[in-house]
Design a binder for this molecule. Structure first.
Ligand SMILES: *Cc1c(COP(=O)(O)O)cnc(C)c1O
Length: 502
């Protein structure tokens, strides 16, 4: 290697290359500390206009110049800029999206994953990575309550896991009805129309999955729910019984921890319905799955192992940096639909001699080994450690809800189930509540004070209403810090009221 290529590429067996990498890592960690030092809130002040102006300034030079400069300088410039306007996911007022503060060991593991650049799709791309993922899947399948025949894969997130579930359920349904998987025939060939059953409040990845699986979002049948949004098993049964013969039900999709309220559809009763009708049952525990680590919250998820497949997301409750999704199936053979495609990657003679890759268990080819950062986090904290963190977030949400309930200007939507607080500000004078709360949220973001989520929920009497949401995923947040967030909401609301009155 020439001197310049030693600088350019990581060679773990070359001490000079490793020394260079160590220097760069040291430098960038210094930059991260500096970028965070002047901050008081989760983001700098000024909102989108300030972020845009900053980017216009620091990114004035093209990102793809004709001739490159010094790679180390490019790294420092861009890292400094990136960190300056990054949301601080460890800040107690960062409570909008499902971004957990990542475990330190997971971040270090992610550097290793990147430096060694293994891939999951073939044995020759990462022999240990392949073994690690297989074992991780087995252990997490055990957490769900699946037996030794379970299978699955690490995915790029809950959306991808839900899409995989939809594809596999579709292929299973077609194979059962017509003797040939829709993987080959497509959905139109058989003259039936595939449909999926779920409630109104499922994650939006269901629509996307239906579209990708050839079902179409018009092929989603919404099963009536109780007043909290949970699927009514008797209604699911009725819809399936009354389904016209030219509609093929491929999946019952249930929420195991809904994105907003954290509700769990009644799993055992719905599993019974799914079994009776021979329909694939998928449980979306992307957010709620973290509760499986907690002895206290786990009973909410009783019956989850009766689902044919489960989505988990350890980049939400799990403290692993994204992406750390999982798609698990009770029976590993279900994934064979994906492996049906003959390529040089699945060659039978290689597989017979143990040269297995994970191509056939995924919808990706080249795929990072996200299993490493997940495995170090889980082994480092254990089930009790993660469970305690989940419970800390749950406690925090109860504390926040109690505070909201005491405030005359705030209205609580419901008692927390997992780790969310849904509420809205009620101005003294009559005004458009949706607009008021939407403006309030943007004001807090613009001021760099707090990142809250806005959700739009069905109104009991029909129509929809805007609510604010605190998504609590930081077990290190103190109750007093959450009080401060609520104080800031109240203060911003009072200022908005005053401005409207003047
Ligand atoms: C977050 C979430 C998803 C999507 O997961 P991503 O990792 O963001 O793709 C799916 N379902 C539920 C219930 C979720 O909360």
């Amino acid at each position: 290697m020439s001197a310049s290529s030693i600088d350019a590429f990581v060679a773990t067996t070359d001490p000079r290359s490793m020394a260079h990498l160590r220097t760069l890592v040291d430098d960038v960690l210094g930059l991260l500390a500096e970028a965070g030092s002047g901050r008081t809130g989760p983001v700098p002040t000024g909102g989108p206009a300030a972020a845009r102006a900053y980017a216009d300034d620091v990114l004035a030079e093209p990102l793809l110049p004709t001739a490159g400069g010094k790679p180390d300088d490019a790294l420092r410039q861009l890292v400094e800029a990136y960190a300056t306007w990054a949301v601080d996911v460890s800040h107690p007022a960062t409570v909008a999206r499902m971004q957990c503060p990542p475990a330190t060991v997971a971040v270090a593991a992610d550097l290793v994953v990147t430096a060694l650049n293994q891939s999951m799709h073939a044995w020759e791309a990462g022999p240990f990575a392949v073994e690690l993922e297989r074992r991780l899947i087995a252990d997490l399948a055990g957490l769900v309550g699946y037996g030794p025949n379970a299978g699955g894969t690490v995915t790029a997130g809950g959306s991808i896991s839900n899409i995989m579930a939809m594809l596999i359920a579709r292929d299973e349904a077609y194979a059962r009805r017509f003797g040939r998987s829709a993987f080959h025939t497509g959905v139109a060939a058989s003259g039936v129309r595939p449909v999926v059953l779920c409630t109104e409040t499922v994650h939006f990845s269901v629509d996307r999955g239906a579209s990708i699986a050839g079902i179409g979002s018009d092929g989603i049948i919404r099963v009536p729910a109780d007043e909290l949004g949970r699927m009514l098993p008797a209604e699911a049964d009725r819809v399936l019984r009354e389904l016209p013969a030219d509609l093929l039900p491929v999946m019952l999709f249930v929420c195991a921890g809904s994105t907003d309220f954290g509700w769990v559809d009644p799993l055992p009763a719905i599993a019974e319905v799914a079994r009776r009708h021979g329909v694939w049952l998928h449980a979306d525990a992307a957010y709620g799955g973290g509760a499986l680590f907690s002895d206290r919250l786990r009973p909410l998820f009783d019956g989850i192992a009766e689902a044919d497949s489960v989505t988990l997301d350890l980049h939400k409750f799990g403290w692993v940096p994204a992406s750390a999704g999982l798609f698990l199936t009770r029976d590993a053979a279900a994934l064979d639909h994906l492996a049906a495609q003959q390529t040089s990657l699945n060659a039978a003679d290689d597989v017979a001699e143990g040269f297995i890759g994970r191509y056939g268990s995924s919808i990706q080819a080249t795929r990072r080994c996200d299993a490493l950062k997940i495995a170090v986090t889980l082994r480092g904290s254990g089930r009790q450690g993660i469970g305690a963190m989940v419970e800390a977030c749950h406690e925090l949400s109860r504390f926040g809800a109690a505070r909201v309930a005491r405030e005359p200007r705030l209205e609580l939507a419901a008692e927390p189930v997992l780790s969310t607080v849904l509420f809205r500000y009620l101005p003294e004078r009559e005004t458009d509540l949706d607009e008021f709360n939407s403006t309030l949220r943007r004001r807090l973001m613009r001021n760099g004070q707090a990142m809250l989520a806005r959700v739009i929920l069905p109104r009991p009497g029909g129509g929809k209403a805007v609510w604010l949401k605190l998504m609590l995923l930081n077990p290190a947040t103190e109750p007093g810090q959450l009080d401060q967030v609520i104080d800031d909401v109240l203060a911003a609301g009072a200022l908005l009221e005053a401005a409207a009155a003047s």
